[in-house]
Design a protein around this ligand. Sequence first.
Ligand code: CA
Length: 232
Amino acid sequence: MNSSNDTILVVEDDTQIRNFICYALGQDGFSYLTASTAQGALSTLVSQQIDLMLLDLGLPDFDGMEVIKKVREWSELPIIVVSARDQDKEKATALDNGADDYLTKPFSATELMARIRVALRHAYKASADQDRTILSVGELSIDLEKHLVYLDHVELHVTPLEYSLLTLFFKNPGKVLTTQFILKEIYGIGYGTDTQALRALMAGLRRKIEQFPAKPRYILTEIGVGYRLADE
Ligand code: CA
């Protein structure tokens, strides 16, 4: 059961799917509101206290992608995109526009609830971490003030690029970061599309932070989309 009073906004025009989601939310003790159009979603968001939005991309009035862009102009609200379109490019675009995670239809109630809990936990963690200078996941910590990285309390020697990469993940806990976003953040303007460079950088970092680099525990690969920092 969910013990908090989180309210989820379910934006979905397919009645069957919307009912399925709402039933699952109710079972887990979440409060929810629904909208079946992009306009409906936006007017609910400005008038109600919402803690997370589940957003279908294919809406009757305008594209869910536009909803993400609009919401991100004023809010850091966690957004999980729910889409029938199993296309990596679309997932990446939604994430680049500011979505936190995505679910591809069909999905189970268990999977849906797990994603919601992770997104809510990260939203709280991100706001609690705002003023913190030392951030940790499992045995891995980063000291943003001293620019040091520790694994199991032992200082790790990382290159400036590896440090930037790690900082990026720690500042976006649990969020899927697309390859394009990471390249732009790490290498700056004119980064091109050198995904090979990022792969090499990631491999080097994983050798330092992971016990089993081929089965990473900290920075997980989202196939065809990017990477995310693990939960714990
Ligand atoms: Ca739809």
